[in-house]
Design a protein around this ligand. Structure first.
Ligand code: SAH
Length: 490
């Protein structure tokens, strides 16, 4: 790989860019404090050497692309190994988490990997120990940190609210999602530069805690241990930080009891009654669409399409909390419904909604819930008359969508497939939705009618299906309906 030594961005051709974005993460720390090469002492790394350490998720390297008396830069490069990641098997509870992360492409974006690597590679420096230059370790020095690509949930305001109170100047530039698909808009990735005068140990502790908070999706299991780590690493500054609540909750992945515990120990304040962010996000989407109770109209339209064709065995892919399953369960024509989702939390809720515990044996045979990723061939997806993907495809990144197409249309290949997705053109009719934003923060794209039609017609022609389209919700003369549906049959 070539490096542009001024900006430290990898120099790659356009075709290579997605893989670079996905599989490597880079962070640099620069100082001009003279002699700048003392940075090597402070970090306990010799500027002439490359140090490599293997982690379960890939290799990490520390090296010094520049080491002059006037200016010295340490770079931390993490190469994520996606295969190793998937093969990795951890404690109970971790396995499904890895699966969930993998199918959603999250691990490649998760900056918590960077945080783990900082903890390991610069662990001693983070404690503030430096036998060779103790006075330097204890002195605030001018540093610049650059992270060319980092996912930030909430964008620039969140970035600023996290780093500015700690005394950093923040420069943030959005990274486009994909230059080849301008319609997809800005990504959740930012190129970030922080400048500040701090002790190196503080700087590392800020990065260690706040990088995963920016991304808001830690890749490993969060337990008591993480709460202890947070207090350990951030005890000095977190208590006074205006965003301490957001930091604790995101860092501890919205496990309220743990986050509350940390907050209580930091501030003695009773935490407010904020519900988990997942729920907030779903609520946001529900509020945006509420005006027309779109959700119910969607379920009705899908149910009618299924009933029309006489299907009796239905597979609901990405079933979420099981709203469609509950509705289908009431229809005598439906002999069996199976819901599949990667989220165990959603499946738990679906089990509640369907009252699985209370059903008679005969009724119990009519409904099944399975945990599955939709981008992997799965024998359990075979043998259905119809498969539904209700508001699911927009949650997948483009390469995963291609995998899903194979799984659904080539392998499972039921006689009928129903896909619904938001119609982006309609978003301007939602008063509460700021221009240009998606309806749900986890949406990777929202398509116009033309974009959806183009996708569906391509998929149908490749896999030997016919496809028809139908609006769901009020079909506005100008911008079309809020939801669009494609019904594939063969
Ligand atoms: N169909 C439901 C839920 C839509 S939300 C409804 O209309 O209410 C999207 C759902 O897809 C979520 O429950 C999410 O967990 C699931 N999902 C997203 N990507 C997935 C994947 N790759 N494999 C399995 N499920 C996935």
């Amino acid at each position: 790989m070539l490096w542009n030594s001024r900006s430290l961005l990898p120099i790659v051709g356009h075709d290579e860019m997605p893989s670079i974005r996905r599989f490597t993460m880079l962070l640099t720390i620069t100082t001009e404090h003279a002699p700048a090469t003392d940075l090597g002492f402070l970090l306990h790394k010799h500027p002439d050497n490359v140090r490599t350490v293997s982690f379960p998720f890939g290799d990490a390297h520390v090296f010094f692309p520049e080491a002059e008396v006037e200016r010295c830069t340490a770079a931390l490069l993490v190469e994520i190994d996606p295969v190793g990641l998937v093969r990795r098997r951890g404690r109970k509870g971790q396995e499904s988490f890895t699966l969930a992360g993998y199918v959603n492409d999250r691990p490649f974006a998760a900056s918590s990997f960077l945080s783990v690597v900082i903890g390991k590679m610069f662990g001693t420096a983070m404690t503030g120990r430096c036998d060779q230059r103790p006075e330097l370790a204890a002195t605030p020095l001018g540093f610049t940190v650059e992270v060319p690509v980092v996912p930030v949930r909430g964008g620039e305001p969140v970035l600023r609210s996290l780093f500015e109170p700690l005394g950093y100047e923040v420069e943030a530039t959005p990274v486009p999602l994909d230059e080849a698909f301008p319609a997809w808009g800005a990504s959740r990735y930012w190129s970030v530069r922080l400048t500040g005068v701090v002790r190196l140990a503080e700087l590392l502790s800020h990065l260690y805690v706040l990088l995963p908070v920016l991304d808001d999706d830690k890749h490993y299991w969060v337990g008591e241990d993480e709460a202890r780590k947070l207090l350990d690493k951030a005890g000095d500054w977190l208590g006074a930080h205006p965003e301490r609540e957001l930091i604790s909750r995101r860092y501890l992945k919205h496990r309220r009891s743990l986050a509350d515990d940390v907050l209580a120990r930091l501030t003695d304040d009773a935490p407010d009654d904020q519900s988990s962010v997942d729920e907030e996000r779903d609520l946001e989407e529900a509020q945006v669409e509420e005006r027309i109770s779109l959700n119910q109209r969607r379920l009705d339209a899908v149910t009618a399409a299924i009933v029309d064709t006489g299907a009796s065995r239905v597979l609901d892919l990405g079933c979420g909390e099981g709203r469609l399953l509950a509705q289908l369960q009431k229809i005598p024509q439906i002999a069996q419904v199976t819901g599949a989702d990667v989220s165990t939390r959603a499946l738990d809720r679906a089990a509640d909604r369907l009252h699985l515990d209370e059903l008679s044996d005969r009724q119990r045979d009519r409904v099944a819930l399975i945990q599955a990723g939709l981008t992997y061939r799965d024998a359990r997806f075979a043998g259905f008359d119809a498969a539904t993907l209700i508001e699911v495809i927009e949650h997948l990144d483009e390469p995963r969508l291609a995998a899903l197409e194979q799984v659904v249309f080539a392998h499972a290949a039921p006689a009928m497939v129903i896909v619904t997705t938001p119609n982006r053109e309609h978003n301007i009719r939602f008063a509460s939705l700021p221009a240009g934003e998606f309806r749900h923060r986890d949406h990777r794209f929202e398509w116009t009618r033309a974009e959806f039609a183009q996708w569906a017609e391509r998929v149908a022609s490749i896999h030997g299906y016919k496809v028809r389209f139908a609006p769901i919700g009020d079909d506005d003369a100008e911008v079309g309906p809020p939801t669009q549906m494609a019904v594939f049959s063969r």
